[in-house]
Write a protein that binds this ligand. Sequence first.
Ligand code: SF4
Length: 148
Amino acid sequence: MKDVVKIGIIICDRYRNCAGGKCFRSLRKKEGAFSIYGDKEIEVVGYTTCGGCPGGNIEYAPEEMKKNGVEVIHFATGLVVGYPPCPYIDYFKKYIEEKFGIKVVIGTHPVPQKYYTMHEKLGTWKDRGWEERLKYVICDEKIRKEYD
Ligand code: SF4
């Protein structure tokens, strides 16, 4: 029997109407941040938004996901590609890991090329720390274009 990893996804509330198309496609294709699971099956046990700035739902959603056995919480790629990216992302990650003991991975689907181009122009990701935050989702141009 295949190993199953239970994950939760938290999206940025500015994309609250998103139906999760890119996240679920990349999950199925094991692209972007979901490539880390290799042959394992992925079961989504929770999907919600941060609750809107400054992210009130970060305090509660992990507990609910924990009841469903969540092992890893992914912050959707929207948190890093938004204009501006979420300013609380590192704090949220640390908080969830410390408070709930749940691993947090930044990112879900590959960064769409249009966001990559704009953030390159803006110099958004030049500051220290962005290489690490983007490491699973920056991907190559071919894949980024598939998520435009
Ligand atoms: S920028 Fe951050 S705190 Fe604000 S809505 Fe998006 S994820 Fe939530």
